[in-house]
Every structure is written in structure tokens, then in C-alpha cells.
Design a protein around this ligand. Structure first.
Ligand code: KG4
Ligand code: ZN
Length: 296
């Protein structure tokens, strides 16, 4: 069961942390009830409670952690604290085609762009590359705002790009040293391109801008991923996270294992999947469990 706040965020052109956490508080109980009803299950059937403890928006995380603690404590159940990024990787361990480590994983979401060397189910993967500025999803979201599109931006650009020419504009691909990414340059290039067009021309060329912008981001992701695979001799490449839903990225990385569409953007199934490989905290040791906004 996923409750999306997309409509609410669209109203503000993005996620307003305070608004998001208040909404979480209102939704957490009905979402749990609906998930149980959908699964034709009761709380009595639950053997382990799993919750995301970070990284992410601290207010929203605290709501989830408090709800999880309350359910686990009331039923004397163990609790597994799951890292959000491990959750994205664990989306690959679910049906219909569960993947087995080792593999190289491109994790591209609204907050992260990571190349991970995943050696086993439970261990912390080695980070081969990350972004030095914006995340790939953030670049999509900011680009969408510049183009006057809605939120979440990635899906909107993806849709509009289908009607555009990806070669119409020449947007740069940043080549930073090593296996890192940078997306602030391409965003600035889009800003200048948008500013350089008269209102009617901008309207006419919006699809071309979207297609060219998407092409630049996708090429950066694909290039670096292939480079990383060559460097560590990875034979399996997997792609996860919200940006993994992008149709051009999926087509460009045709040989890769792609997380199923429904499991790319944030969802509870991937957290439950990751919980299977986390050390559960026995009752009542988790009462002091804290959420964290970022991985230091
Ligand atoms: O993993 P996710 O749901 O949440 C985070 O952990 O951040 O990723 C959300 C990101 C947003 O930036 C959104 O614009 C992007 O994923 N996204 C896409 C697409 N669908 C969602 N980016 C490109 N193409 C898409 N089709
Ligand atoms: Zn995520």
C-alpha cells in the first residue's frame, strides 16, 4: 500500500518538509489499516515490524519510527530499522525476478545518485561514485520547474520528452574525476536556454527542451555506470530508485536488471524486503531508536 502525496507537493512545486510530516501523521494509521485489509491480514499476523530510520526528511521519518515503535511495543514484537538506500537496493530482491548479489547498482533518486558495489544481501555496499552537487532526480525536478511542469518532475519530463527532439539542444554532460556525477551544470544550461527563448517560442519548444535535458542526464548516468562496471569487472548491472522509472534510462540500459516500475519510487515493499537482511532489535530495546536525516 502506497499513499502518494504527489498532489499535495504539486501545489507547492515540491516537498515542503513541514507539510509532508503533518500529512504523514494523518495518513500513517489509515495506510497501515488499508495495507492489512488488502493483504487480508490482522496485526496479530505480524511477526516483525520494519521501519525506515533514515536518511530522509526527519519529520516524516519520526512519524514512521514512532508508529512502528508503538505497534511493536504494544505487541512485544521485534523491530528492524532499515536504511532507505538499502531499501532501494532490496527492491531487486523481490518477485518477479529476485536478483542475487554480487552486482553493480546505480541508485538514482530525488536525494541520491550512487554507484554501489553490492557484494551480499546484508552488508553495506561499497560506494564507487556519488554526485558532487544535485542528485539526478533533483535535476529532473528542478528542470521540470524551469519548464513550468508539475511535480514530481521526472515523470513529467519523461512524458513530455516523448514528443521532443533530444538533439534539438546541446546540453553538457559534466565529466568530473573518478566515478562521480555532477548535475548542476546541465541545470544551469537549461536555465539559460529557457531564458533565451521568448514566451511563445518556449511554449513551442518545451518538448524539445525536455527531451534534450533528459538525454543529457541519462547519458551521464549511463556513461558512468558503464565505466564503473568496466572498472570493477561487474557482469551484472542493476538500476533502482525513482529515476530508474525513466523510460529513456530503461531503454538505454537495456542489458541491465531494472527494478519493476512499481518498486522504483519509494514504497513499503522494498523496506520489508531489506528488513529480511537487517538485524532485528528485540522488544523493548528499540524504544530509544532515533531517525537520521542524512548519512554522515
Ligand atoms: O526514490 P524516490 O521515489 O524518492 C527518493 O528517495 O528521493 O525518487 C523520487 C525521484 C524524484 O526526483 C522524481 O522526479 C524522480 O524520482 N522520478 C523520475 C521518474 N519518476 C520519478 N525521474 C525520471 N523519470 C521518471 N519517469
Ligand atoms: Zn527513495
Amino acid at each position: 500500500m502506497v499513499s502518494s502525496q504527489a498532489e499535495l507537493h504539486a501545489k507547492y512545486g515540491g516537498v515542503v518538509p513541514e507539510v509532508a510530516s503533518r500529512r504523514h501523521l494523518e495518513l500513517v494509521t489509515p495506510v497501515i489499516q488499508e495495507a492489512l485489509a488488502d493483504a487480508d491480514a490482522q496485526l496479530d499476523d505480524v511477526e516483525l515490524v520494519a521501519v525506515t530510520s533514515g536518511p530522509g526528511l526527519i519529520g516524516a521519518l519520526l512519524v514512521g519510527v514512532a508508529a512502528a515503535k508503538a505497534i511493536a511495543w504494544a505487541r512485544r514484537l521485534p523491530l528492524a530499522a532499515v536504511d532507505h538506500l538499502h531499501g532501494h537496493v532490496a527492491s531487486l530482491y523481490l518477485q518477479p525476478g529476485p536478483l542475487e548479489p554480487p552486482f553493480l547498482c546505480l541508485l538514482a533518486s530525488g536525494g541520491h545518485t550512487l554507484l554501489l558495489d553490492v557484494q551480499s544481501y546484508g552488508s553495506k555496499p561499497r560506494v564507487l561514485g556519488t554526485t558532487i552537487d544535485d542528485a539526478a532526480g533533483e535535476a529532473f525536478d528542478k528542470g521540470a520547474r524551469l519548464l513550468g511542469l508539475g511535480y514530481p518532475g521526472g515523470a513529467e519530463i519523461d512524458r513530455l520528452a516523448r514528443d521532443g527532439d533530444p538533439q534539438a539542444f546541446d546540453f553538457p554532460i559534466a565529466r568530473v574525476p573518478g566515478l562521480d556525477f555532477s548535475f548542476s551544470g546541465v541545470k544551469t544550461a537549461l536555465l539559460y536556454a529557457v531564458r533565451g527563448l521568448a514566451a511563445d517560442e518556449l511554449e513551442r519548444r518545451r518538448a524539445d527542451l525536455a527531451a534534450s535535458y533528459q538525454r543529457a542526464i541519462v547519458r551521464a548516468l549511463v556513461e558512468r555506470t558503464q565505466q564503473a562496471a568496466a572498472q570493477i569487472g561487474a557482469t551484472t548491472i542493476a538500476v533502482v530508485g525513482g529515476v530508474a522509472a525513466n523510460s529513456e534510462l530503461r531503454a538505454a540500459l537495456g542489458g541491465a536488471v531494472l527494478a519493476p516500475l512499481a518498486l522504483c519510487t519509494d514504497n513499503a515493499a522494498m523496506i520489508a524486503s531489506a528488513a529480511r537482511y537487517a538485524e532485528p532489535i528485540p522488544y523493548p530495546g528499540y524504544l530509544g531508536l532515533d531517525a537520521y536525516a542524512s548519512t554522515a
